[in-house]
Design a binder for this molecule. Structure first.
Ligand code: C5P
Length: 315
């Protein structure tokens, strides 16, 4: 039997997916400022990659390349940097790391790109530093980093409750074919939630938001069987009116995709990326072509879902 400890790697690469919320139902604002959510996450095959390389004691640095890399902060506010520091604090190591992020997920686009970077960093640094955090410990650290980070670890499809971090796996049949329309500009998630609250107060002055909205059984059934027509009809995002209020050009983008043959259209998370579900890969291409001609659209991607959660690719 070989009992020798494997050599410590000098460099570890991990990858994590972006997500679309096929249901995003927003409940009451909680005393901690977060909103109670019922959401159905679907991970899609659009991944960011993080390579973690051993560096001088206690140091964390980050470099970023790829889609809109210039928009990503490289200081201590970078979510990948925060992930490395949190793991270091919790496991009492003073190891250093140089992080190198390759972006494919739109930046500040409502697809949890920063959360994907954090999830990939947790896995990569855990292997690099041999800190041996268990999956449950990684989930706890992910929750501390942000509401969408636990799902980036898990991938595939899941029901999210609480503020989005309490996850239950959901059965899903794929591939589901999506078209993503990246918009000009960004939307800050806290601003979209604040606009949601403002609109809610205006429109339902007397109604109290539900403490925890229900999941839609028709949507869960469509996801399970891979029925794209039924899923397209069931897509719902309570943040969409707020995103449209802050970014009115998105209404035209949603219209363009629908008239080009999408089965359903939705603002992804807090936006401004819009997601369109197509019946098959061929239809996805023609929806993508129609969107590419729109002035309101900055870039178009076709992706499939579900996709696996964060995992190590090389060490
Ligand atoms: O958890 P995360 O850092 O991603 O959240 C960013 C912001 O989005 C929060 O500060 C809050 O303003 C808003 N948010 C919310 N309710 C949630 C998740 C996020 O109000 N369930």
């Amino acid at each position: 039997m070989n009992t020798a400890t494997p050599p410590t790697p000098r460099s570890v690469t991990a990858t994590a997916p972006g997500k679309i919320n096929v249901q995003l139902s927003v409940g009451a604002r909680r005393p901690d400022g977060y909103h109670a959510l019922t959401t159905v996450f679907l991970a899609v095959a659009l991944h960011d990659t993080v390579t973690a390389t051993l560096a001088a004691t206690g140091r964390t640095t980050v470099t970023v390349i790829g889609t809109d890399a210039q928009r990503v902060p490289t200081d201590a506010t970078n979510l990948a940097v925060r992930a490395a520091q949190l793991l270091r604090e919790h496991h009492g190591t003073d190891a250093g790391v140089a992080l190198h992020v390759t972006k494919r997920i739109p930046v500040a686009g409502g697809m949890a790109g920063g959360s994907a970077d954090a999830a990939a960093t947790l896995l990569a640094c855990n292997a690099l530093w041999n800190t041996r955090a268990t999956p449950a410990q990684l989930h706890a650290l992910a929750t501390e980093l942000g509401s969408d980070v636990p799902f980036a670890l898990l991938g595939h499809a899941a029901l999210g409750r609480g503020r989005g971090e309490i996850l239950t796996d959901l059965p899903v049949t794929g591939p589901l074919h999506w078209v993503l329309a990246l918009a000009h500009g960004e939307l800050a998630t806290p601003a979209v939630y604040a606009e949601h609250d403002r609109l809610h107060t205006l429109r339902h002055a007397d109604a109290h938001p539900s403490p925890q909205p229900p999941a839609d059984p028709a949507l869960l059934a469509a996801l399970k069987t891979g029925d794209a027509t039924a899923l397209g009809a069931a897509l719902v995002n309570d943040l969409q009116p707020a995103a449209l209020s802050l970014h009115p050009a998105l209404a035209a983008t949603l219209h363009t995709g629908r008239t080009a043959g999408a089965l359903g259209s939705i603002v992804s998370g807090s936006g401004p990326t819009c997601a369109f579900l197509a019946a098959d890969a061929h239809t996805a291409k023609s929806v993508a072509r129609a969107l590419a001609t729109s002035k309101a659209v900055r870039r178009v991607r076709t992706v499939s879902g579900p996709a696996p959660g964060a995992h190590i690719t090389t060490r």
